[in-house]
Every structure is written in structure tokens, then in C-alpha cells.
Design a protein around this ligand. Sequence first.
Ligand code: NAD
Length: 498
Amino acid sequence: MTSQDLLTALHLDPAHFTKGELAVTSPIDGAVLGHVDLDSPQMVSAKIGKATDAFASWRAVPGPQRGELVRLLGEELRDHKEALGRLVSAECGKILEEGKGEVQEMIDICDFAVGLSRQLYGLTIASERPGHAMRETWQPLGPVGVISAFNFPVAVWSWNAALALVCGDPVIWKPSEKTPLTALACQALFERAVKRFGAAPEGLSHVIIGAADVGEAMVDDPRLPLISATGSCAMGRKVGPRVAARFGRCLLELGGNNAIIVTPSADLDLAVRGIVFGAVGTAGQRCTSTRRLIVHESVYDTLMPRLKKAYDAVTVGNPLEGALVGPLIDKASFDGMERSLEKARKEGGTVHGGGRVLEDEYPNAYYARPALVDMPKQAGVMVEETFAPILYVVTYSTLDEAIALQNGVPQGLSSAIFTNDVREAERYLSATGSDCGIANVNIGTSGAEIGGAFGGEKDTGGGRESGSDAWKVYMRRQTSTVNYSTDLPLAQGIKFDL
Ligand code: NAD
């Protein structure tokens, strides 16, 4: 299918994508997929104005009816899973299975949100005063600004949008400037759902195309009470304080430097599969990609040859033609990988793999062999996130040491341990174990399900999206006390007799 065919299948007119200012290229071969128009900060302001108007009526629509719109969005996604999955692959270079998997994740969160739309539970609370009732309710918050990264070009929007919409909030989305077409396709599918729904206010969902400047216009706008920003720690470090300066709320989903611990009792067949998928899947371009391996010294000599064999066998190539590892997003990303490998060598590391491949076939794309790097200790380059398929390996002798190594980086997103020892597993999941938002036993660091809250601690930003009670960030909490007595007793027994 050509990019024109995909756009048509997703209800976008290819004629609209022939002369915009921003050329969108595919990391698969460097081919231009289309041109899109950029939004100016003034256009951002106008769209926020429309979303603010939409909020005035959407917040009054009952939750289950808001859920019906999200159910219809889920149906559109089901009907267009193949085409949208292919466009995701074409625009960000992930293999087709993962492109379609990303759309499935969107469908899953829509299903979750539909159920949630009949819940949005508050609390009743025992009042200390006679004849009084106390309760806590959750009210719609306002238009939500979503800023997303290139590597999950559509799922991150849906995690936010499906929940925000059932919570009564319009959504203004600035996708990565590297992946605007998939965003426009999502908007087209959303508009189809709105048409079928019939009674939604205009302006419930907007897409803003552009780079950091338009992102900043959103970040600074007080009409957006919540900014949900997914991307690098460097981006979060700029966005967080700006939103805080206007007392806005931030949901930050930032970088990870995720580790797997392999213990003496580990099932090495499982471990090898979990490690390789986590480290080389999506060409190491997931926030949850496995970047560090902490191996017990007694299993190191058995594990490493198996890992090297698996690394040598992994196919790197066109993600639409069956390869397991696709390209890096662009040249800057490949250069970053090269720089990190060079640093690792300087720090005493031994590199297995790495380097550009398929240069003759795809001179305008950047395919790299995944790299496995033996490090003398955890320091320097190993404590940074390089957004590429590099897996650093160190050994440990005690579990305390392994947990200290795992937690000894600035980021705190995902983590895993392979063990068949229940004491080790429980210790790892205890208060003195992994310090990450996600801690797994006998599965790898990547591939979260939408039912759980997703996000991480420390430099990862502390935000939570998706399942569990992550919806609460999209709402305003209200505590109410109702006096149904004929007296006016004061709290804490205070007397104030007039
Ligand atoms: P990036 O930080 O370069 O860009 C992310 C988004 O932020 C883009 O839309 C970009 O235009 C915008 N942006 C950049 N500077 C901004 C500013 N000053 N104000 C407002 N917006 C700004 O990240 P990327 O290269 O697209 O994605 C890779 C990074 O994202 C990695 O660090 C990865 O770990 C992280 N990531 C995290 C999660 C998570 O859930 N924790 C998920 C996906 C990706």
C-alpha cells in the first residue's frame, strides 16, 4: 500500500498533503510520505478557545453518554486497525506487528474508558457533626493539553484522550513533529465517531502540528488546567516548571533507563526471550526498552553466549517486510547511538554488535545492529538513556547489590527480575526493592497492559496514565458537606455563639 492509499483508507484526502511546510519522511527509506501545514502559536490559542467553549457543554453530558462517544471511537479504531497500524509503521519505523499492536492498545483503552464512564466513583465520608453528610465527587477538569513523543505516535494520545473524554474534558494534542500524519488520521477517525454520536459539541478534539514552540504555547496557556507531556527528561525539565509557574497540573511521562536482574535461579530460556524483546524490540526506541542487564556472577558465563547468539540472529531490516528490528527514527538518533558506544568503549566497555547496516539499500535511512556492551561497572554512559538498541551488562554478587545498581540511575520507569526464588521476588517488589513505577517478575521491562497505571518515578516525571485510578488526574476533586439538621455545629467542636 502506498502512503496515498493509507491516507485514503484513513479518510484523509492525499491532495491535502502535497504542499504543506513540513515534509514528513519515513524512517524506513527516507521517502516523503506527505507535507503538512504547521500551526502558529496564534492558531494554538484559537484552538484552545474552541476547546474551552466545547468544555462548557461537554462537562454537563452524563458520563455514560460521554462513554458512548469513546465506544464509537473504539469501533472506528477496530475497523481501521490494519491501515492505521501500517501508517504507524511507515511514519515511525516500528515493525508492522508492533504498529498494529499500538492500535490494539488504543482499542483496549477505549474499552476501559467506556466501563469507567459508568463509574468515576467518589466517596462518602463519615462526618463528625450530627445531621451532616460528607462526600467527595469528581468533576470534569477542563481542556487537556497532550504533548506526545514520536515512538508511540498514536497510543499515548488515546491513553489520554479516552480517559479525558469520559471525564468530561476536551483534548488538544500536539504530536511529535516527526509523526503528524498518524495524528491527523486519529483526528479523522475521531471526527467519524463524533458524526455517528451526533450530539457532541464542536471542538472537542484538536491536533496541533509543530515543534517545541507550539508546545510551549500550550504549556503556558492557563486555559489548559492539565498538560500531559510524554518525551525526554530534557523536555520534561522545561515543561514541568513552566506549568507549575501558572499553578497548572502536569502529568509527565519521561525517559527510562530500565534494568533486568538475572538471578542464579532464573529460567534462562524465559530470561533470554524477555531480554532480547525488551532490548532490541522497536529498535530500542521504547521508553520501557531494556537498557541495563544486571547478571549474577554465577550465571554470566552461561547467559552471555546465549544472548550473543540471539543478537547475531536477530534480523534488522524493513519493518514492513518481516524484520524484527526496524530503523532508528533519524540520523541524529543513529549518531547518538554511535556516540554512546564510543563513550562506553572509553569507559572500558566491550561492544558486541552495533554499527550501521543496509546503507547501500537505504542510503536515507538509519538501520543499526543492536549492541550488547559488557561494562566494567555501572557509571558514565550507562546511567544515561540513549534512545537506541544498546544493552549494557554488569555483574553482581548479592541481591542487595543488584537492587542498588538497578535503582542507582536518575530514571525510575520500568524494571524486572528473573528469579524462581520467592524470597527474591517478594523482596524485589517490597518497599526496599525496585524504586520504579513498573516492577515485573519473570517478564521483561516493556509491553505494559492498559489495565495498570503506567509511569515512573524520579526523572521519569512521576505521572501515571492508562488504567487503575489514573483517570483521577483528568478530574477536579470536590469535597462537599451537606447539613440536613436544624442546627449549625462547627467542626472541631468550636463554639462561636452570636
Ligand atoms: P522529545 O522530548 O524530543 O519530544 C517529545 C515531545 O515534546 C514532542 O512533541 C516535542 O515537539 C515536544 N517538545 C519538545 N520540547 C518542548 C518544549 N520545550 N515545550 C513543549 N513541548 C516540547 O522526545 P522524543 O524524541 O519524541 O521521544 C523519545 C523520548 O520520549 C525518550 O526519552 C522516551 O523515553 C520518552 N518517552 C517516554 C514515555 C513514557 O511514557 N514515559 C513514552 C514514550 C516516550
